[in-house]
Write a protein that binds this ligand. Sequence first.
Ligand code: IMP
Length: 174
Amino acid sequence: MDQMQKEILFPRAAIDEKVKELAALISKDYEGRELIVIGILKGAFIFMADLIRSLSIPCQVDFARIASYGSRSVSSGKVIMMKDIEMSIKGKDILIVEDIVDTGITLSYFVEWLKERNPRSLKVCAFLDKRGRRKVTFEADYVGFTIEDGFVVGYGLDFDEKARFLPDVYIMKE
Ligand code: IMP
């Protein structure tokens, strides 16, 4: 970890501001309704904790864990559901919260998985959208930051399970 060459990309203050903006937008869109917010573990847990605490509408929370196997920083394209959600989502408004849309494979898979349970509505909020790396077409409904490419860590995002605890977001240098 200490040997990782990285530089700050999104400082904590910019993240806080962005999370508040997203929460205001989501609160407005779901005014008068009650959301079930589903976080994808592990990467989304810090973003989700901040996001739901900035919402002005009530919400319930649940989590799924989806692993995509591959080398440290390259997705294999194979996803496996390690832990499913525990709540019934039939007829409910659902917001999936994810750390990053990269190839788009994880979210495409998870959205289809949840749609089969007939929620009333289903949207996706991603902290970061890596636009240049899609392998499948996927657009999140709410996006915090956008980058073209690169590997980022901190604020819940890891490199080989390291660096999730860092309060800012860093981009790793070659
Ligand atoms: P997908 O390629 O869109 O299926 O993304 C799979 C998962 O890879 C994401 O949910 C992240 O957890 C992880 N991931 C992709 N890019 C990065 C990155 O730059 N840093 C940390 N994790 C990443």
